[in-house]
Design a protein around this ligand. Structure first.
Ligand code: SF4
Ligand code: SF4
Length: 331
């Protein structure tokens, strides 16, 4: 619609109207914003949460959304309800589209400069900054680096080429849960293991000097050089690690991936051709079919409780992804 007007004054409120909180135990800061816990949004009174501009002052809508999610998580915790994160649905890009995104990132496209009214003519109501033409608006939109669609930032910014993209086929497995009671192993349940994202990142620790560049650029505020699976090319370096360390070697009948967590080692050997596997740690040895059905169980040291095979499934996914996408690394 169109409305005739002599002049238009943009009047956006910059202060929250919190008068309805008068008399409550929600406290306000000097600038009128609500003093809420930045981690939970709890606003000083039980069951009252706040976020967004009412807490931060003028800020971005992204920050307001993040406050909302943090508050939702805190509310679920308070009520003893599981907070179900919505699944991230990334559009699948074809190889050609990925090349186009990477090419756009490799070129510096200058920002569009809108036509400006010369300062001497700005005394009246003439538009100072011209709006974009359709062509200019499309060119501006094309400068987007599409981090939310295809990231790989940690791969691109590492000066030492220590982060690699590898590909895994989507996986959905039903894993048996094994329990040990009074020195006996039995299958007592099952759990689901899924990997939906085809593109994965592996960090090769041997090449990294911990400059932190990848953490600076990570769009999810992560520390890829610590958070991503850390592959070691030198066995002696791997054996010194306590956590998040992987080492891949050829074995007699295929490949073995070794993993260290909590200072302890586990290994998964996969037979070439059949895909049959053997998982072993300090407590047990398990023979598995290629789809993680148990073919044999051996207790090495009695323990009390349940044992999850998700760690072994992660090892299988990483091993398969590395030897098919990055075969030069383990060799
Ligand atoms: S911290 Fe390591 S992986 Fe990250 S950019 Fe620096 S060298 Fe590369
Ligand atoms: S770890 Fe961070 S920088 Fe690397 S691909 Fe994931 S989101 Fe992007």
């Amino acid at each position: 619609f169109q409305i005739e007007a002599d002049s238009i004054i943009v009047a956006i409120g910059q202060r929250p109207d919190v008068s309805f909180l008068d008399g409550s135990s929600v406290s306000l800061r000097k600038d009128g914003t609500i003093a809420a816990d930045p981690q939970t949004g709890l606003a000083g009174e039980e069951r009252v949460y706040a976020g967004g501009d009412a807490v931060r002052g003028p800020a971005t809508i992204i920050e307001a959304c993040a406050d909302g999610r943090r508050a939702a998580e805190a509310i679920c915790r308070q009520l003893g309800v599981e907070f179900a994160r919505p699944a991230v649905r990334l559009p699948a890009l074809s190889e050609g589209e990925i090349v186009r995104v990477k090419r756009a990132r490799a070129r510096k496209e200058a920002q569009h400069r809108p036509e400006m009214l010369p300062p001497a003519q700005r005394g009246g109501f003439d538009l100072v900054e011209a709006t974009l033409t359709e062509e200019a608006a499309l060119a501006e939109a094309a400068r987007c680096l599409q981090c939310s669609t295809l990231c790989d930032k940690c791969v691109e910014v590492c000066p030492n080429r220590a982060n690699y993209t590898y590909f895994v086929p989507p996986v959905s497995l039903t894993l048996p849960v094994i329990s040990c009671r009074q020195g006996r192993l039995t299958v007592t349940g099952e759990e689901t293991f899924r990997v939906a994202q085809r593109r994965q990142i592996i960090h090769v620790d041997d090449f990294c000097n911990e400059c932190g560049n990848c953490a600076t650029f990570c769009v999810h505020d992560g520390r890829p050089y610590r958070d991503k699976p850390r592959l070691f090319l030198m066995e002696s370096d791997f054996e010194r690690e306590e956590d998040n360390a992987f080492y891949i070697e050829r074995s007699e009948r295929g490949w073995t991936i070794r993993r260290r967590e909590g200072g302890k080692e586990s290994r998964l050997s996969v037979e070439s051709g059949t895909g049959e596997m053997e998982f072993e740690n300090d407590l047990l040895r398990i023979s598995l079919s290629s789809d993680f059905q148990i073919a044999g169980l051996e207790l090495k040291e009695a323990f009390d409780g349940a044992f999850s095979l998700t760690g072994a499934a992660e090892m299988a996914v990483i091993l398969k992804g590395i030897i098919t996408s990055l075969p030069f690394l383990p060799d």
